[in-house]
Design a protein around this ligand. Structure first.
Ligand code: FES
Length: 156
């Protein structure tokens, strides 16, 4: 997606006023890096090099600054349609490895990725799909989630 297309898509979906409001909400424009990345993710725009460059130009900063800020939130860098299994310690102790294997077997390896702790450890193991956390997954609920995710139109 070109940088112009990114800007046009955001203006068309969230509106110029909301976009400007977000950009002006921070004393330093680079404060808008993460809110912009979240907005883009919510709009289904994957974060690629063009998007990083557009965020950098919009926030009047460098691509290195944007990449650095986003690196702490790998879930923002993933394809918005990907399924993220938390790979933090609590989730691993509660069976995240099994969750990953089952989801990869049923949905394909390319759709399933991992993330660091999602700060929902008391509900481990955690799976995130389009910003929604599914926690406390056990065999029956995991199978049900996998079945829903096999039908993309019903997964979100
Ligand atoms: S380790 Fe998975 S939510 Fe904390």
């Amino acid at each position: 997606m070109t940088q112009l297309a990114i800007a046009e898509r955001l203006r068309a979906t969230v509106g110029e006023a909301r976009l400007q409001s977000l950009l002006q909400a921070y004393a330093e424009s680079r404060g808008a890096i993460l809110p912009l990345a979240v907005l883009l993710r919510d709009e289904g725009v994957g974060i690629d090099d063009d998007v990083v460059t557009w965020i950098a130009q919009t926030c009047i900063t460098s691509t290195a600054m944007v990449t650095s800020a986003l690196s702490a939130f790998p879930e923002l860098m993933n394809d918005p349609d990907s399924i993220t299994v938390c790979d933090g310690l609590s989730c691993r102790l509660m069976g995240a490895g099994y969750v990953q294997r089952l989801l990869r077997d049923r949905l394909g390896s390319d759709r399933v990725c991992t993330s660091p702790c999602q700060n929902a450890c008391s509900s481990a193991p955690i799976v995130q799909v389009r910003g929604t956390l599914y926690g406390g997954l056990q065999e029956a609920s995991l199978q049900a989630l996998a079945q829903r995710l096999e039908q993309p139109e019903r997964a979100s």
